[in-house]
Design a protein around this ligand. Structure first.
Ligand code: ZN
Length: 198
């Protein structure tokens, strides 16, 4: 399977520099920081972006699949909050993540952590989808992994095409969820058309 680029070592945030740069950007865009409401905005901007880009460490505890559970495990509507790397504007939606257990199983809450880990960074939705699938396949030794992400990109809905309400759907299916038509159909029937929560 294709291995996506995985960035682990982002340099630490230089808060003072980020604040200066935010002030510069606002000034260059014609806003006046003498305005009472904007005076503290560079600090808040720097903090907000730092938070959006702070991917939490990934601790994916797995357990041996002692009971031999071999049916599909699906967690739906996992919140996705990310930033598109082309415009540095947020994209927001949900992920549906499923796997066919092999030798290991994971705590269900861990699947949401995997999504958050790969979402909280400058990202593309396509790469987010493949990274989550690759990580689960690798860590769980799963017989198949399915990841569907549905998100609204504010770079599309607020500017440019101003296509409010459009959502972008991406999916990655691996192993038996890719190759076995019955398994594939079962997974897609479970997650199809659930829609993005506002
Ligand atoms: Zn964008």
């Amino acid at each position: 399977m294709w291995r996506p680029r995985i960035v682990h070592d982002r340099r630490p945030v230089d808060t003072a520099r980020a604040q200066r740069a935010a002030a510069d950007l606002l000034g260059a865009l014609g806003l006046s920081l003498d305005d009472a409401g904007l005076r503290d905005t560079p600090r808040r901007m720097a903090q907000a972006w730092a938070e959006l880009l702070a991917a939490p460490e990934l601790e994916l505890t797995t357990f041996p699949n002692d009971d031999g559970y071999d049916e599909l495990v699906v967690v739906e509507d996992i919140p996705v909050r990310s930033v598109c790397e082309h415009h540095m504007l947020p994209f927001v939606g949900v992920a549906h993540v499923g796997y066919l257990p092999g030798s290991r199983i994971a705590g269900l809450s861990k699947l949401t952590r995997v999504v958050d880990h790969f979402a909280r960074r400058a990202q593309t939705q396509e790469r987010l989808t493949t990274q989550v699938a690759a990580e689960l396949e690798r860590r769980l030794d799963a017989r198949g992994v399915g990841v569907v992400v549905e998100a609204e990109h504010t770079c599309m809905s607020l500017r440019g095409a101003r296509a409010a309400g459009t959502r972008t759907v991406t999916s990655t299916l691996t192993g038996a969820l890719h190759d076995d038509p019955a398994q594939r159909a079962e997974f897609l029937a479970l997650v199809r058309g659930r829609g993005v929560r506002p």
